[in-house]
Design a protein around this ligand. Structure first.
Ligand code: ADP
Ligand code: ZN
Ligand code: MG
Length: 469
């Protein structure tokens, strides 16, 4: 139903819990995996009267890192604001956030312009049972970064992909685990559809907990809007907040959208104004950034790797680190490609299925790949040796000898073998010479059989053709 008559506009608001040792304004442990409710709490994050917040410098540093990585502008002056609303998960009756002066403005990720990134505190968790509504304050006050994009995304897929790229960035920078399923990263979808020059009416969709769900929710909304517009019921599209129902795969109306005036923002009097350029050495921070996902992608693609393999290396740090070790020791492009094939297919397969899997020594793995490259072993033998390397390690050359996997490349020995086959099959040889070239396959089969699979097929074929002349 996505129709060229209609222009889809999407902007995303993404929250990510930052990976710091303590919370944003107190020294409680920041542990998203804490299972016992109300363990990491103190009078500050429980909002007892008379308590005062203290800034977490690491959290601010993390947001600055993201800003530097995306080419954003790092504000010099910034301050904190109170966002007032009444809800059980917000014990103070307001959330400390940033309104007028976000830490980062501008920047870009994968062609999507970023409006701003600011820092705030996460809320508590509500749990509703049949008997009661319970509140767990472990999450209350955890540093939460909010990133807002410009309305410049135009398809459901691009929205999902933006989320994936941002997640990669946060993980690469080590500032957030950004797990959507765990709620460490939360995406809100703003979407409108229009058949005129102007933007259509925007809806916001919440409760999305995977990138697939971002795409599904966007597709659902696009179709809903287009159907209403087609039927001349465009006035039924209202500015509102909708929820995503994961089971039914539909969105549903939650509430009409509040305006920023409703929050009665005002500067937080209990925290100091910040002059970031005086506190942080931005040049050094920029220089110390790790290689970013898009830079790594570029470098790997230029090695001639398959795009799907590249995505594995930039998102799976263990396998990516292993591959990085491999290419620090081999430069031959063909060999690198061969190594990559074995890593992303056979080795990843073993890793996913074998309980006692361990990464092999990079040097043994390289020896193995070189043996394949030199035709000393065939691909079947290579798989067997790799399985051993990933279980107990060892020297591939030794293992190949021990298991009888070495291929015979000794020309004299193979010549003898080939001659034997030729002598034993005079009729076939005559037919081949008379023009039935298919018989070469049969003869090769005989040679391989005679050698019990140990002859290097390439070498054997060359010799066979030669001797049949
Ligand atoms: P609000 O005041 O409703 O929160 P904002 O202007 O702060 O709206 O924008 C929130 C998000 O909505 C941003 O990601 C922005 O890009 C996106 N957005 C704004 N206008 C539209 C629109 N017409 N269609 C789709 N997304 C939009
Ligand atoms: Zn606390
Ligand atoms: Mg807004």
């Amino acid at each position: 139903m996505e129709n060229s008559k209609y222009k889809v506009t999407i902007g995303l608001e993404v929250h990510a819990e930052l990976k710091t040792s303590s919370k944003m304004f107190c020294d409680c442990v920041n542990n998203p995996d804490e299972e016992k409710p109300n363990t990491n709490v103190c009078p500050v994050c429980m909002a007892h009267p008379g308590t005062l917040p203290v800034l977490n410098k690491k959290a601010i540093e993390n947001v600055i890192k993201v800003g530097l990585a995306i080419g954003g502008n790092i504000a010099n002056f910034t301050e904190w604001d109170r966002k007032n609303y009444f809800y059980p998960d917000i014990p103070k009756g307001y959330q400390i956030s940033q309104y007028k002066y976000p830490i980062v403005s501008g920047g870009e990720i994968g062609g999507v312009k970023i409006t701003r990134i600011h820092l705030e505190e996460d809320t508590a968790n509500n749990k509703h049972t049949d008997e009661a509504s319970l509140i767990d304050f472990n999450r209350a006050g955890v540093p939460l970064m909010e990133l807002v994009t410009e309305p410049v995304i135009h398809s459901a897929e691009d929205a999902g992909n933006f989320g994936r790229e941002l997640q990669l960035l946060l993980r690469t920078l080590g500032v957030s685990d950004a797990n959507m399923e765990k709620g460490e990263m939360r995406v809100e979808l703003n979407l409108s559809v229009s058949d005129t020059e102007k933007f259509g009416t925007k809806v916001e969709v919440k409760n999305i907990n995977s990138f697939r769900a971002v795409e599904k929710a966007a597709k659902f909304e696009i179709e809903r809007h287009i159907a209403l517009l087609e039927e001349g019921r465009g006035n039924e599209i209202v500015q509102e907040t909708r929820g995503w129902d994961e089971n039914k795969e539909v969105t549903f109306s939650q509430r009409s959208k509040e305006n920023s005036e409703d929050y009665r923002y005002f500067p937080e009097p209990d925290l100091p104004k910040m002059h970031l350029h005086e506190v942080f050495d931005l040049e050094k921070m920029q220089a110390d950034l790790p290689e970013l996902p898009w830079q790594k992608r570029e470098r790997y693609l230029s090695l001639g790797l398959k795009p799907e393999d590249v995505e594995i290396y930039i998102s799976d740090f263990e396998i990516g680190g292993f591959f990085e070790g491999v290419i620090s020791q081999i430069t031959d492009k063909e060999l690198v490609k061969k190594a990559s094939n074995y890593i992303t297919s056979d080795m990843s397969g073993l890793r996913a299925t074998k309980e006692d899997f361990k990464l092999p020594e990079v040097s043994s793995f390289i020896s193995l790949i070189k043996m394949v490259g030199e035709n000393k072993i065939n691909s079947r033998g290579a798989k067997d040796i790799l399985a051993i390397l990933c279980e107990s390690g060892g020297d591939p050359e030794e293992i190949a000898k021990e298991k009888g996997l070495l291929q015979e490349s000794n020309t004299e020995a193979i010549k003898e073998l080939v001659q034997k086959i030729i002598d034993a099959n005079p009729k076939v040889v005559a037919d081949y010479k008379a023009g039935n070239e298919n018989l070469l396959k049969f003869l090769m089969g005989q040679v391989m059989k005679e050698s019990k699979g140990s002859a290097n097929p390439q070498v054997a074929t060359e010799i066979l053709v030669e001797l049949l002349k």
